[in-house]
Design a protein around this ligand. Structure first.
Ligand code: GLN
Length: 314
């Protein structure tokens, strides 16, 4: 059964209204542990929806290119599911929420050094270590290619973001070595970290982000390019992970109030997917204490409620 799509005019209204609310809201702070992110103008605010038909609805700074950060974890998970399979991902990384912040070391200590989720830093570094390839550059190229195919556009690394991250990622280095010592990093740990850090440093827009989500909403086929990017059987695994851990310690709250799989990044992007229908994205740099964009979350929640997208509503 195909779920009904809201009328285009209704989607437009919801996106415009969400953007208006974003403009009227304050609060949060840009991430500053990555110096580049502190320098992005805090007042930027964009929202976008891409439907399963490939229709784009957008408002505000929806074409401003920002750092993908943690949302990259979705693409690398997709790549690894496609290459080594869902059972291997479950066995080597795990599939459950940690209940702790995205860069938690305690989460590893509490779970026998198993990352549990591919969508926290430890699990994402382990996921990057599982990307097949003859060299670090070949593995990085495969990740960038997956990001690009999900978004339907050639994405590129920002040297500026990458430099800012590579020279300050000491906490993530510690996580990579902890994983390695426990046998849960499956390549050289500094190489896995290098790839993970690069994957966080590509630039994309709210429209790209919504297209990435629309690819997942459409069972793995990018509705803009028409290309199959992820096999249909892997999409539910990705969406389940997003539902449980996509917004870190706010994931439960988001499931309870919005009822959609989501993913955020400390660059200010927030993505949510209404399976079978569409995806919605918000972008605004200031973050709440959990690391989620205050206004990005607000935009996504408002659009989801306006269009009645909660997947738990019959
Ligand atoms: N590059 C960031 C980090 O590793 C990504 C974190 C995030 O967006 N939550 O800390």
């Amino acid at each position: 059964m195909s779920l009904p799509l809201p009328e285009p005019a209704e989607i437009d209204r919801a996106v415009q209204a969400a953007h208006k609310t974003m403009l009227a809201t304050e609060g949060g702070r840009n991430a500053d542990y990555i110096p580049f992110l502190a320098s992005v103008p805090s007042e930027l605010a964009g929202a976008a929806v891409v439907t399963r038909d490939g229709a784009v609805h957008e408002a505000g700074d929806s074409r401003y290119a920002f750092a993908i950060e943690s949302i990259s974890k979705v693409a690398t998970l997709a790549l690894v599911l496609e290459t080594i399979g869902a059972d291997a991902v479950r066995e080597k990384i795990g599939t459950s929420p940690t209940g702790l912040p995205f860069n938690s070391v305690m989460a590893l200590e509490l779970h026998d050094d198993k990352p549990l989720s591919p969508l926290v830093n430890a699990g994402a570094i382990a996921t990057a270590s599982l990307v097949p390839g003859a060299s670090a550059d070949a593995r990085w190229a495969a990740i960038l290619d997956m990001q690009s195919r999900l978004c339907g556009r050639e994405l590129a690394l920002s040297d500026e973001v990458n430099r800012s991250e590579q020279t300050t990622n000491f906490h993530n280095r510690a996580i990579a070595w902890l994983l390695y010592s426990a046998g849960t990093c499956y390549s050289d740990p500094m190489e896995a970290l290098d790839i993970y850090t690069r994957q966080c440093s590509t630039l994309l827009t709210a429209v790209d982000l919504a297209t990435m989500g629309a690819t997942l909403a459409s069972g793995g086929v990018n509705p803009v390019t028409g290309a199959r990017v992820v096999s249909a059987e892997n999409v539910p695994h990705i969406l389940a992970e997003m539902m449980m851990e996509g917004l870190y310690t706010s994931s439960g709250e988001f499931a309870y109030t919005v009822g959609l799989p989501g993913k955020s990044g400390v660059g200010g992007g927030v993505l949510a997917v209404a399976p079978g229908r569409l995806a919605l994205a918000g972008f605004a740099p200031p973050l709440d204490p959990a690391g989620n964009s205050v206004r990005g979350l607000q935009a996504v929640s408002a659009i989801a409620k306006g269009l009645r997208l909660n997947i738990f509503e019959a």
